[in-house]
Design a protein around this ligand. Structure first.
Ligand code: PLP
Length: 396
């Protein structure tokens, strides 16, 4: 409609429908945010052509949006995969990927060292749909193989697992998956490229909670899945119909985060190694879990697979829960929050937060004691991080 045609309408209608004098078709240096549900067309024929697929274009943001597509393209590039899909959260990425592959009666073999939310979904809602899971020690080849049944469709693991930083042997998992015709899904949230590209090791699908390092600033919830075009197209059908799509703004923020991912990770890894070395020598620390330390039981495997050991570490103090609380109250640079992979350093207590729903027996099996503290190391000055921990440890 021409501007002059609006003259005959009342103010209320004109405010809603009037075109602007501002030129929105300028070439913005940074991609704009397409915060829109719908898309417009040149004319009815053009619109019908887009709707029936004869012409490329967007119709409805749950089905596709330039910002979510852009993020998918960048993460596919990052992981060197054929295609990627974006989701509303890491959990939506995990559930959509798995739901695209299983039907009632199927079975999943999963590492027992996985994010608590993933385990809760596998054991709860997915199990209720008659899709069962076995949780195995992925360090034990025989235990993995023994858990596989004719109904098994998926082998699932995380590269570095929370909170004790267990390292998955991707060559081994890939060999087992190929031999048994399983789809290998690897959650790479803790170790995004350039640390590792699981597809190169034979993973079929790679998952990210973009909430963590990809976004990197603690201001979005998001997820991404990378894999072959065929697999991602199937996953996209699930995402769109179950509705767990990324918002354009969150995708835009993740896109912005991706631009500094490599420099942030370099800093996270360097700082984490320094903090781990400091804690390793501290008289009030029983044990440090960081794959970059020679004392970590899988240090050799980590060194052979990873380009940097990540920003996550855990340590067990010589003290009980009350001593843990004293440390958490005393730190000034670290913040008590449950997420991870952000530019600022975070501290938390797995036994009473992320793993609180586990039984004492399960916690023990995973090495989660009341004395264990988890750190997500940020990109602040490492001297300040060490000073902060040193002054807090003095209090116990
Ligand atoms: N995968 C891992 C390894 C995680 O740590 C988390 C969350 O902490 C998730 C997936 C789930 O991601 P989100 O919170 O974005 O749903």
């Amino acid at each position: 409609m021409k501007q002059s045609d609006f003259k005959k309408f009342k103010i209320g209608t004109r405010i809603i429908r009037a075109t602007s004098h501002v030129d929105f078709n300028v070439k913005s240096h940074v991609p704009p945010i397409f915060q829109t549900v719908n898309y417009e067309y040149e004319n009815a024929e053009d619109g019908f052509a887009v709707f029936n697929g004869a012409k490329q274009g967007y119709v409805y943001t749950r089905d596709g949006n330039p910002n979510t597509d852009h993020l998918a393209e960048l993460v596919a590039l990052l992981e060197e995969g054929e295609m990627a899909a974006t989701t509303a959260s890491g959990m939506a990425a995990i559930s959509s990927a798995i739901l695209s592959l299983v039907k009632p009666g199927d079975h999943i073999v999963s590492s027992k060292f996985i994010y608590g939310g993933t385990r809760a979904w596998l054991e709860g809602p997915l199990n209720d749909q008659n899709i069962s899971s076995s949780f195995v020690n992925i360090l034990d080849e025989q235990e993995i193989i023994s858990a596989i049944t004719p109904a098994t469709k998926i082998l699932y693991a995380e590269v570095l697992a929370n909170p004790n930083l267990i390292v998955a042997d991707l060559d081994l998992l890939s060999k087992i998956a190929k031999k048994n015709n399983l789809v290998l899904i690897i959650d790479n949230t803790f170790t995004p490229p350039p640390i590792i590209q699981p597809l190169k090791y034979g993973a079929d699908l790679v998952i990210h909670s973009a909430t963590k390092y990809l976004g990197g600033h603690g201001d979005i919830i998001g997820g991404v899945i990378v894999g072959s075009a065929g697999r991602i197209q199937n996953i996209n059908k699930i995402i769109k119909l179950y509705g767990g799509v990324s918002s354009p703004f969150n995708a835009w923020l993740a896109m912005r985060g991706l631009k500094t991912l490599a420099v942030r990770l370099d800093n996270h890894c360097r700082n984490a190694l320094k903090v781990a070395e400091f804690l390793d020598k501290h008289s009030k620390v029983n044990q440090v879990y960081y794959p970059g330390l020679a004392s970590h039981p899988q240090h050799k495997l980590a060194a052979s697979q990873l380009n940097g050991f990540g920003g996550m570490l855990a340590f067990e103090i010589k003290g009980d829960f009350s001593a843990v609380k004293r440390i958490m109250d005393a730190v000034k640079v670290f913040n008590f929050t449950v997420s991870l992979g952000e530019i600022d350093s975070l501290i938390m207590h797995p036994a009473s937060t992320s793993h609180v729903s586990l039984s004492d027996k399960d916690k023990k099996a995973l090495g989660i004691t009341d004395s264990l503290i988890r750190l997500s190391i940020g990109i602040e000055d490492s001297d300040d991080l060490i000073y902060d921990l040193e002054q807090a440890l003095e209090l116990i």
